[in-house]
Design a protein around this ligand. Structure first.
Ligand code: AKB
Length: 318
């Protein structure tokens, strides 16, 4: 397939690209960032701004993708620092992608939605369909993105699909998310031996290990359309408190010093998000099944972060 990935230099895209290349797809990237050193060779990298309609149209026109993975976004914490930029990147960017897909007849658009599309006051286990009244600019733009995609599906027959990602953990460095405290416990814990999390120990939101998230993306894209009863799905795997994450790291990294220095604005964002998602619809419609719980993820992630730290270590002087 011909695939275009927007925002491919981000946390999800960085791990998705090698998988797509390995599967033999012809991959084009559209990202504001320059091509990074480790980008797989066959990928065509177009540096551009998702808010610039002509640039997006040109990239889609030139690459004529069968499928667009639309990952470009400003995440929650950064979005609160610059709400106008978040609005433009997340909402105008999504509109540009949908319109390009319509004009140049892209078969399918995958949309990265999020737990942040939900707002406060919901049940502990949040179902796929429920009132969505987020309180962050990131959440507002993601709900609007879901609705725009559904509009394009209804009005123009676009095959629009998406998942609501929990906080994601992988060995890379995330950028601007409020869920990042969990990953920093692993990365900073291993790198420097200590980390002070910006949340309360009892903070609890849904999380997922990146290999599960990537499988969800690929499996949903491949699912037969007639099996899908909606466009956007909750997916879930790990729901643990920040203290439980800290304990999982402490059990594996002797002597690590993990503490909590809550930042009220960030804790308020976490408090506005679901504690856990009900992913029954994804399980029933396309067989979604996570593989990693907190323990399995911690074992695997710690090994991966350690390997990266060895790779990045300065070469010993002769
Ligand atoms: C964030 O923290 O903003 C993201 C998300 C939960 O979508 N990781």
């Amino acid at each position: 397939m011909k695939i275009l990935v927007t925002g491919a230099a981000g946390q999800v895209g960085t791990d998705l690209l090698p998988l797509l290349v390995e599967q033999g797809h012809e991959v084009t990237v559209f990202d504001i960032a320059r091509r990074p050193a480790g980008c797989p060779e066959p990928v065509t990298w177009v540096q551009g701004d998702i808010t610039g309609r002509p640039e997006v149209f040109d990239a889609v026109k030139a690459s004529r993708p069968d499928l667009i993975y639309h990952l470009a976004a400003i995440l929650s914490a950064r979005g609160e620092d610059m709400p106008h930029v978040a609005y433009r990147v997340n909402l105008d960017g999504t509109m540009n992608v949908l319109e390009a897909a319509r004009l140049f007849e892209t078969g399918q658009v995958f949309f990265a939605s999020t737990i942040a599309a939900f707002g406060p006051g919901l049940p502990d286990l949040v179902p796929n369909e429920i009132s969505m009244r987020p309180t962050t600019m990131y959440g507002v733009t993601k709900v609007a993105g879901e609705l725009l995609g559904e509009y394009y599906a209804r009005k123009f027959g676009l095959d629009f699909r998406g998942v609501r990602f929990p906080g994601l953990l992988n060995a890379g460095i995330p950028g601007g998310g409020t869920s990042d405290y969990a990953l920093f416990m692993y990365v900073e814990g291993l790198r420097t031996g200590s980390y002070a999390a910006f949340c309360e120990p009892h903070a609890m939101i849904p999380f997922m290990y990146m290999p599960d998230a990537l499988r969800a993306i690929l499996e949903l894209a491949e699912a037969p359309r007639e099996k899908l009863t909606r466009h956007v799905y909750n997916i879930a795997s790990i729901s643990a408190t920040a203290e439980e994450f800290a304990d999982a790291v402490r059990a594996r990294v002797p002597g690590v010093d993990l503490t909590f220095e809550p930042v009220p604005e960030l804790q308020a964002i976490l408090d506005s998000w679901p504690r856990a998602l009900d992913d029954t619809a994804a399980r029933e419609d396309w067989g979604w099944q996570p593989e990693y719980d907190l323990e399995a993820m911690s074992d695997d992630l710690i090994a991966k972060v350690k390997a990266l730290l060895v790779e990045d270590a300065p070469a010993p002087t002769p």
